[in-house]
Design a binder for this molecule. Structure first.
Ligand code: ADP
Ligand code: MG
Length: 298
């Protein structure tokens, strides 16, 4: 017997390096007319590097001291930023103190008890909203400076007091701009960027990738609202993401695709399809495969 077109398309998608979980998903992929991409780990390589270690004046910390605290608090996190901080600490040969009571908030950051103090590491805009302190202005200024340079600014607080910032930079995937161009030309789908990162770093990266519609500073539930709004406007949205923070949006999307290599377990389980070969260019390819198969299905 000849294989039904949608099953052949699934086999074909597999050869392209995309695991499509069902024939229904294979069919739905061809219906999408908007593609919402997450930034970190999706549009970027997802292996960010710490470029700046900046203790605040009066914090009593030097650069290794700041990095050591941040790395200790991040050490249980799967987030790409956490991996960047841990790599930086390892490269400098820092011995990490024990962290206890680890907790994380998607789209915000992490916290843990280190050296009997509560250390929080995360988005300056989110963490600074909780503190009113003399260090706040200096921290906000430094965050702005780092973000103007296209960095993701990561704030470190000790017992609610800002002690320093890390600057982190991530590179666009080599195939990001070509993928965005091919989404538009081959599939006609509108590309968008949805990110929890700061608007300046987001705008810079979107410009490099050729994306005009950028929505930054989004918490996981804001990513969901963005998808729902597009759906209410009649769009069939494909969400491409990798993080725990993307899982709700992947679930709310017409179709959700997770980036497999660095993707969190939750994202991989929630998504309808998984990019196993770590190339973004497979996304327009599977949309095209779906459309071809749909034309063959009677
Ligand atoms: P994206 O949408 O780009 O994947 P996330 O929603 O995962 O970003 O994170 C949004 C922001 O929250 C990050 O830019 C960072 O400032 C902060 N953040 C989240 N998790 C962490 C973490 N483990 N360590 C430091 N910062 C974090
Ligand atoms: Mg991400």
């Amino acid at each position: 017997a000849t294989m039904p077109p949608l099953l052949s398309a699934i086999a074909n998608a597999g050869r392209h390096g995309v695991l499509v979980k069902s024939a229904v998903v294979m069919e739905r992929l061809g219906e999408v007319d908007a593609v919402a991409l997450d930034k970190t780990g999706t549009l970027t390589e997802g292996t960010p590097r710490v470029t700046d270690v900046r203790p605040l004046t009066g914090s009593g910390l030097d650069e290794p001291g700041l990095l050591r605290l941040a790395a200790a608090a991040e050490h249980r996190s799967e987030h790409p930023l956490a991996r960047a901080v841990l790599t930086a600490a390892r490269e400098r040969g820092l011995a990490l103190p024990v962290a206890e009571g680890f907790g994380s908030t998607p789209g915000v950051g992490v916290r843990a008890t280190v050296d009997a103090q509560l250390v929080a590491v995360g988005a300056p805009a989110r963490l600074l909203a909780d503190v009113r302190d003399t260090g706040t202005t200096a921290a906000a200024d430094l965050a702005g400076e780092l973000e103007d340079g296209g960095r993701t600014a990561v704030l470190v607080t000790v017992d609610g007091r800002p002690v320093g910032l890390l600057g982190v930079a991530d590179r666009l995937r080599p195939d990001a701009a070509a993928t965005v161009a091919s989404l538009t030309s081959r599939t006609g789908a509108v590309p968008l960027l949805l990110t929890g990162d700061n608007p300046r770093a987001a705008a810079r990266l979107a410009a490099e990738a050729g994306i005009e519609d950028v929505r930054a500073g989004l918490l996981p539930e804001h990513k969901v609202s963005a998808v729902r709004e597009l759906a209410a406007a009649g769009r069939k949205v494909l969400v491409v993401g990798d993080g725990v923070n993307d899982a709700p949006a992947l679930a709310a999307a017409h179709t959700g695709v997770a980036m497999g290599r660095a993707g969190s377990d939750l994202a991989l389980e929630t998504a309808d399809a998984v990019v196993v070969r770590d190339e973004l260019a497979t996304v327009p390819a599977v949309i095209a495969l779906s459309r071809r198969a749909r034309r063959l299905v009677v």
